[in-house]
Structure formats: structure tokens, C-alpha cells
Design a protein around this ligand. Structure first.
Ligand code: SAM
Length: 417
């Protein structure tokens, strides 16, 4: 079809640009203007990404997207996703001290309780992230609750059922992608029924589910096995989105000595009394043939998992001292052990609260790697839908040895020594 456009009153610079581009491309002005308009329409109507993205979203190297940060803690997800070009449009966290840290780090106070949020009032977003409370599923949480005669898992009316508030938000808002995190034991809790219920619920909402236990030791010098659950709306991405979990970065391995301070405050040294108690308990555990008791970290190796209970005695990760009993990690060392940067994200709460916050958090480096893989699927989606010029060439399989497009598979984590 031939067009005859009348272009009037165009500013001189645009007129010159039009002439130049048409000469360069050897096409007529009509054809060129129509192509530009088509491109503009595509950009404005891009279906996947929530509209009204601000200029600040266009962070170099990252595909812009909007996300919500539920059960946000201190914002481990947020740190990672903002580095990828994501913009947080809602956060939610109940704990008063975690909220304090979140405000200091991101300049905003999260909504308080997820149970008080009307799902319909949540802004549109492309990605929902949530590390929903894990105590009712964690091994420590289950044995403590069992010994106190308390319910655990979904029977825990306060913590266990929070997953269903999440499901309500998903049902109402239908974010194209979900990224959930929980303790490894989630898969084994209640003989696998808990995980089956979670998976069935998400699949019934028409999402394709990928789940994998990953040890963060490829990103930080700490064994930290967590389950990561990435879900794609089947109605947007079809039944086989080409998602793969990331492999740890190649190259230098981190070790505990990388995160240690040269001159820690002596107050972190255990008292003789506590040290004697820990040794006595370890001996009695050993004679009964279960448990390990305390753990002295090898400075050249990888530590045990930092838990939210670290503030109590720090027994799971102790640093040997030449002058007396071993010491606990300082809060700044815990921050680095989790892959945070305490110089940039300064600790604003007491030691006790800081230990709890880092022990509960996600490792931002690992979340960033998963986020990148999600962005690759978004790029794939755009290519499929004809907008590929934006991102062509960036789609890649970072997880060596795994096929693209295997939906719903559960892959084993790589082991770390
Ligand atoms: C496992 S932590 C998440 C940590 C987070 N991913 C991070 O990187 O810091 C779970 C969080 O859920 C919060 N939480 C528990 N119940 C909640 C509720 N009803 N509404 C909002 N947040 C809640 C807890 O205070 C806790 O900080």
C-alpha cells in the first residue's frame, strides 16, 4: 500500500534527522515515518511489562520490570532485583526491626502485615517475590514446635497459613512470574505433603513450576541450601518456558577468611563458661551418636549455615582464637557472609536484631543470578512476540549441561566442598 503523509511544522532538527535517516536507509519519508510509528506503538503496548515505567527503570544492561517484595525482611531480593533494572512497587514486612533496616536501606517503610493488604489494591507488577516464613517448615522449627506440643507446617495458624495469602494475591493480580524462596526442608516436611500442596496450589492457578534446592556456597563462603521456586504464568509463556536455574559463577572460590575483620571487638569472644558448656554439649551429642554441636569454621573453607538463632550463642559458626575461647562472627561479618556490603548497607539495629535479620535473609548474589535467568525468559518471550530487536543475542543458557525448556523438573543442586 502506498502512503502519502503530509508532514507539517516539524522542528528543524527532526526534519533534518528524517532526511538524513531516509538517505542513509535509502527509503522514502513515508515508509520511514510509518516504521517509526510502528516501533513506538510496540514499545507503548508491550504487553508483558507493567506500563508507566519511569526513566530510572532503564538501568543499563537490565530489562526493566516491576516487582513486589513480600515478607521482605531486610530486602535481600530487592538489592538483587534493583541491580537488574527492577523497580519495587510494593513491599510488605511485619517485624518492627526489619522494617527499620528496610527504611534505612531503601527509604520506604514496607506495608505491615500481608493479611491486612487487599490484593486488589496492589499495583500491577511483572514479578512477585517472597521468602515466606520458614519456621513452621524448618527442621529446628518443627522439632521445637513438636516438643512444645504446637502445630507446625500448614497447621500453624499464624505462620503456616501465610502461603495462602500469597496465593490470594497471585489469583487476583496474576503476575507473569513468581520467585519464592524457603528452607530446604519445605520439600520433606510432612512426608512431602506440604510441598505437594504448595505445588498443586500454584499449578492450579495455571503456572508452570520450576523448583530447585541450591547451595549458595557458589556465591558466598557459606553452605546455605534453600529451595527456589520460579513460576511462569502458563497463559503468557505457554507450557514450556525456557527457564534454567543458574550455575555458580566460575573462577575464584570464596572462603571464610574473605569476610573476616582484621581486629574484631573482643566482646565477640565467648566467655569461658559458655565455651565449656558448648564443649560439654558437643561431647554428650557425640556419645549419643547424633548432632555435631558447635562448629569451628575453617578460614580457608566454607562455613555452616548462618541461622536466625545465631544471636543466642553463635555456636554454629565460631572463629578460633589464639588467645582464648573462640569468638562469634560480628554482625558486619555476617552481612558479608550473606553477600551484603556493610559499607553500603549499614547496620542500623542492635547486634541481636542484625544477627536475626542476616540469618533470615536471602543471598543477593544468588537471587541476582536467578533474576537474570528470569530476564532471559522475558527476552525469549519478547523475541517470540516480535519485539526481539530490543534483546536479541542476550538469550543464553547459563546453566551448563541442562536443556532449555524443561518445565516442571526438579534438578539437584551442585555440591560444594
Ligand atoms: C524468611 S524471612 C524473609 C527474609 C527476606 N527474604 C530477606 O532477604 O531479608 C520472612 C519474613 O516474613 C515476615 N513476616 C512474617 N509474618 C508476616 C506477615 N503476616 N506479614 C508480613 N511479613 C511477615 C517476618 O517478619 C520475616 O522477616
Amino acid at each position: 500500500m502506498k502512503f502519502r503523509l503530509t508532514i507539517k511544522n516539524l522542528p528543524v532538527d527532526l526534519r533534518n534527522w528524517l532526511d538524513r535517516e531516509c538517505r542513509k536507509k535509502k527509503i522514502g519519508i513515508d515508509e520511514f515515518v510509518i516504521a517509526v510509528l510502528r516501533r513506538a506503538r510496540q514499545a507503548l503496548e508491550m504487553p508483558l511489562f507493567a506500563d508507566n515505567l519511569k526513566r530510572q527503570d532503564q538501568i543499563a544492561g537490565g530489562m526493566p520490570f516491576k516487582f513486589i517484595d513480600l515478607f521482605a525482611g531486610i530486602g535481600g531480593f530487592r538489592i538483587a532485583l534493583e541491580e537488574l533494572g527492577g523497580r519495587c512497587v510494593l513491599s510488605c514486612e511485619k517485624d518492627v526491626f526489619a522494617r527499620q533496616t528496610y527504611k534505612a536501606w531503601f527509604g520506604e517503610l514496607p506495608h505491615r502485615d500481608i493479611r491486612e493488604i487487599d490484593p486488589g489494591s496492589i499495583p500491577d507488577h511483572d514479578l512477585l517475590v517472597a521468602g515466606f516464613p520458614c519456621q513452621p517448615f524448618s527442621i529446628a522449627g518443627v522439632s521445637k514446635r513438636t516438643s512444645l506440643g504446637q502445630p507446625h507446617g500448614f497447621n500453624d495458624r499464624v505462620l503456616g497459613n501465610l502461603f495462602f495469602y500469597l496465593a490470594d494475591i497471585i489469583r487476583v493480580k496474576r503476575p507473569p512470574v513468581l520467585l519464592l524462596e524457603n528452607v530446604r526442608n519445605l520439600k520433606f516436611h510432612d512426608n512431602g505433603h506440604t510441598w505437594q500442596t504448595i505445588r498443586d496450589t500454584i499449578e492450579a492457578l495455571e503456572y508452570v513450576v520450576f523448583a530447585r534446592v541450591i547451595d549458595a556456597c557458589g556465591w558466598v563462603p557459606q553452605h546455605r541450601e534453600r529451595i527456589y521456586i520460579v513460576c511462569f504464568d502458563r497463559n503468557v509463556f505457554g507450557s514450556a518456558p525456557p527457564f534454567v536455574f543458574p550455575s555458580p559463577p566460575e573462577g575464584r572460590c570464596h572462603k571464610v577468611s574473605d569476610i573476616l575483620e582484621p581486629n574484631p571487638d573482643p566482646k565477640y569472644m565467648l566467655s569461658e563458661q559458655l565455651w565449656n558448656t558448648l564443649q560439654r554439649h558437643a561431647q554428650s551429642h557425640k556419645s549419643k551418636g547424633h548432632g555435631f554441636g558447635y562448629g569451628i569454621a575453617d578460614p580457608e573453607g566454607i562455613s555452616r549455615t548462618l541461622s536466625a538463632r545465631y544471636y543466642k550463642d553463635g555456636s554454629e559458626i565460631l572463629i578460633r582464637s589464639d588467645t582464648g575461647p573462640p569468638r562469634k562472627l560480628t554482625p558486619a561479618e555476617c552481612s558479608r557472609l550473606m553477600g551484603f556490603d556493610p559499607a553500603k548497607f549499614r547496620i542500623v539495629v542492635s547486634d541481636t536484631q542484625a544477627y536475626r535479620q542476616f540469618g533470615n535473609a536471602v543471598v543477593p548474589g544468588l537471587i541476582k543470578a536467578i533474576g537474570r535467568q528470569i530476564q532471559n525468559v522475558l527476552a525469549w518471550y519478547l523475541i517470540q512476540n516480535g519485539n526481539g530487536c530490543l534483546v536479541k543475542g542476550r538469550l543464553r543458557n547459563e546453566s551448563r549441561g541442562h536443556e532449555l525448556g524443561k518445565a516442571g523438573t526438579e534438578l539437584k543442586s551442585r555440591s560444594c566442598s
